[in-house]
Design a protein around this ligand. Sequence first.
Ligand code: IMP
Length: 193
Amino acid sequence: MNIIFATSNLNKLKEIENLIPKDINLNNLKDLNFNEEIPENEKTIEGNAIYKAKFIHTKFNVNVFADDTGLEVEALNGEPGVYSARYAGKECNSHKNIEKLLKNLINNKNRRARFKTIIALILNGKLYQFEGIVNGLISHSSKGNKGFGYDPVFVPEGYSKSFSELSLYEKNKISHRSIAVKKLISFISKQLN
Ligand code: IMP
């Protein structure tokens, strides 16, 4: 089966490619010669994932899935959430986003947070959703150099290392995205049999 992952984020592609079985032929937006950014203007993580999948389905009439992820920090009432990518403003990057997060949590003892991924799949014209959540704590400073985004300050529950200190293999065993992807793969595999 051919399926498009509606992303141009190479980090996400690398994570997901390792999980997809060989009978699913995974392509991405570059394979469609689509090099634009799909707008992410919805107010929820679910909304953004669905918007991205529908956008590509409408344009190319292909089987497609899209993901959207947010970091939800308990002491910040779920922020940055759907705004995780642009938390520090328009000209932000991961470094600035982390800086703002640590500043907003300074002296705060409650470091509880979770990553939430929603995958929206459009298969044969029908929409399906899959969720993946990983709980953890926000550290007081960045640690490690692997991964991307908020990985250097996210310490998953039961671990003492941040996501950035774990190998891709270790992150994939427990991450929000891998939980959602495994649900997606199990669903698609049932459709193939
Ligand atoms: P996106 O909209 O799914 O690309 O995710 C929004 C933002 O969440 C990204 O720009 C990253 O900052 C952050 N993010 C998403 N997934 C991860 C992850 O696996 N680790 C760390 N940060 C992530």
